[in-house]
Design a protein around this ligand. Structure first.
Ligand SMILES: [Zn+2]
Length: 178
């Protein structure tokens, strides 16, 4: 799986860029991590990584909330967006049961790109979709990568601008109260 921090920071940044709301961005980030909680049950890339399963759970909740409070509905839609982002990101990092149980095979989009700028510039792009039968293996040890140096830099680039922007906004607001 991509590290946990990226599962948080990517939906965080996407939702902030759409809504401009920090609380919605945090909500998307938190829900973006939730599918990996299957690790606590000693299984990884379980049905929590399946879009049909996530929709089957979330759509009845959305329908129920749509008749009540529009704020809850929006929060639920953002939570669903965060959760759906998770298996899509995992898809680029290994076999993911994203279509289970509609398909008994798990895809992996193996994408690589290498570009060199030199006296003889080169560009190599390779993209394959690999498939393997879906088998839910128990994991030997409970755990996963929380953060890597590259993931920390990318997450900082995604999350710091919104955080700084909101901090400046509140600072100006507080100054205006003086
Ligand atoms: Zn995952």
């Amino acid at each position: 799986m991509p590290e946990v921090l990226l599962h948080f920071s990517i939906p965080f940044s996407a939702v902030f860029s759409i809504t401009g709301r920090l609380r919605y961005a945090f909500l998307a980030g938190v829900f973006g991590v939730i599918p990996d909680l299957d690790i606590l049950f000693e299984i990884h890339r379980s049905p929590t990584h399946s879009i049909p399963v996530l929709l089957a759970v979330a759509v009845p909740v959305l329908v129920m909330l749509s008749s009540r409070n529009s704020r809850f509905l929006k929060a639920s839609e953002i939570g669903l967006f965060g959760m759906l982002s998770h298996p899509i990101l995992d898809l680029f990092d290994g076999y993911t049961p994203i279509l289970w149980p509609l398909s008994s095979y798990s895809p992996w989009i193996k994408f690589s790109v290498e570009a060199y700028l030199s006296s003889t510039p080169s560009l190599n792009v390779d993209c394959q979709v690999l498939w393997q039968p879906t088998i839910f293996h128990p994991v030997e040890t409970i755990g996963g990568v929380l953060v890597t140096p590259l993931g920390a830099v990318i997450s900082a680039a995604l999350m710091l601008p919104p955080l700084v922007m909101v901090a400046i906004h509140y600072y100006k607001f507080l100054r205006s109260l003086d």
